[in-house]
Design a protein around this ligand. Sequence first.
Ligand code: SAM
Length: 346
Amino acid sequence: MKRLIDKLRRTHRLSAEEYAALLACEERSVADYLRQQAGEVALAQFGNGIFIRGLIEIGNRCHNDCYYCGIRRSNTSVARYGLDRDTILACCKEGYALGFRTFVMQGGEDPSMTDEWMEQTIAAIRAAYPDCAITLSLGEKTREAYERFYRAGANRYLLRHETHNDRHYRMLHPAGMSLEYRLQCLQWLKEIGYQTGTGIMVGTPGQTIAHLVEDILFIEAFHPEMIGIGPFIPHHATPFAAEPAGSVEMTLKLLSIFRLMHPAALIPSTTALATLVPDGRERGILAGANVVMPNLSPPEQRKNYSLYDRKAAFGAEAAEGLRELSRRMEAIGYRLSTERGDYNHV
Ligand code: SAM
């Protein structure tokens, strides 16, 4: 197995069978070696600086009904909200003062936040913060909407494909949503010129090693600038309430594989990882991640952006907890970087 890991580090790719063998291997020494190699590659690529992104959860209204997600349309037990433009700008102002140079606007797919409103909101942030990157994570839109947002000043877009297997996709989403359209959106985003992020949840119901290999091969071919990967965590008011959470070990293993495949990728150590285990954030960094996304949303709304149970949003997860996060990064030999942290085409 170590030979396979060396080969992946050297050539950035393995065959489907080799990926499957690596994912199925449960030996601790192999997992440790994989993490160590990926950590070295990230350090060589980025030094010990970890990019910070300020996450603004702009609203939790959603017309989609994904079976895994706590803000799905059918969950009537969550209080719905949508931030107004002034509140979003106030979040950016607070974030800018704290040192953030990337704002990530994420939200449910809310038809009342029209493309026009979104476009004007992006333009207002662009005008106020010309030196900052604007990242969007607003789900599936039309090509025209993506183009308008890009012209208004957005630079990056995160859209996890969630699974590249059509049957598995249909186990996670109701009829009316399709893998085909999600992949089409990713293609458009890339063509338009966004730095594009995709990725998966690890351990969603029905996920197999064969599915994960399909995800790896898709990511290899698509070559996204950003790769988002976190464990699935159940939410009590969804059809997947009784399902087990994804494995931290498998999440870290995939994260390291992505780092070795794609040394320059921007890979966050995700909130879901930090929610499952207290040192999840640090373990993600040591496994090859180089980005963290503290929460800049208004504190009183954070509980309502409940994608899964016990989602971390305070302490080191919060923008106002930056000092604690910084201390925790320093304890493992890293430091927070206030650079904008664009993808570096090398
Ligand atoms: N609606 C947009 C979209 O679909 O990309 C953005 C918001 S969506 C809630 C952001 C991400 O949250 C999804 O891509 C999914 O991977 C993640 N997510 C949703 N439910 C989750 C759960 N139960 N456990 C872990 N991650 C979850």
